[in-house]
Design a protein around this ligand. Sequence first.
Ligand SMILES: *Cc1c(COP(=O)(O)O)cnc(C)c1O
Length: 306
Amino acid sequence: MQQIVLMDAKIIPLEFNKIFTQKIEAEWLQEKNIQLDVLRLDLLHPVVSGNKWFKLQLYLKVAIHLQKTTIATFGGAYSNHIIATAFAAKNMGLKSVGIIRGENAMNSHTLKHAALLGMQLYFVDRNEYKNKESLKSMFDQPEYHWIDEGGYGINGAIGASTILEFLEDSYTDIIAAVGTGTMLAGLIMASNATVTGISSMKGNFSLEDAVRKLLPPQKLSTSFKILHDFHFGGYAKFNTQLLHYMNNIYTQHLLPLDFVYTAKTFYAIEHMVKNNTFCRGSKLLMIHSGGLQGNQSLPVNALSFL
Ligand SMILES: *Cc1c(COP(=O)(O)O)cnc(C)c1O
């Protein structure tokens, strides 16, 4: 089974024409006279799904401009950023190198997949991993173009800002999951809607500053919100309630969510709507930022839609 999935990643092309906005019909929305659409970036590709592709585009162009032949970056064993970098680099005719947190993590489907896409993997222990600057100097080669963990940076945000080019409608609010805050900065740059981020981490209150650092001067006074109460125990943590919720949402709306980011975001939206966070008549857009490949790390049969 895994072999087949691995082969698919190489042959399935990116399908931009599959991206669309899905209208969600539910009583909890109707009662408050609120519209909710979901921008289905997950449909771009079964493995590279979502925001990572957009965040990487400008970095890759810069690398080619600088005549670098190899993209080097960092990530964990199940990182969406690692697999997307491996794919995007290969797609552009570049080599890729991944510095991976934790020794001997080769049992991860994500890393097997990245290796199959030609990414060279190096494992470092968790302590060493913390100091990115020292890792960079340890592994650096003249042909390397480095991208920060998670694709954090201004070029990532500019890349992410193009996500909104897929919209046909305008919205009062845009809601998206937050990891590094790069996508959120891109959404704030490109839109006049009120942008709300749902943090995937527990108590990472430096995110607001991380987002602000990426905004251009004319957007610095724009207010945005990051909510820190929907992490379900912390980054990549889950419980049976969350898995149950994901299965229900899939049954009711045919909307597959990932347990690290988008399930928590959808849950947060439902919670906020029910608690009157948004005015009646609001038009909400949730960004489905992808990440579905990460669901393969869940116990077998945990989800009804894998
Ligand atoms: C990486 C990721 C995010 C977070 O994006 P940032 O730009 O790092 O905030 C959100 N959703 C999914 C599915 C992701 O893979």
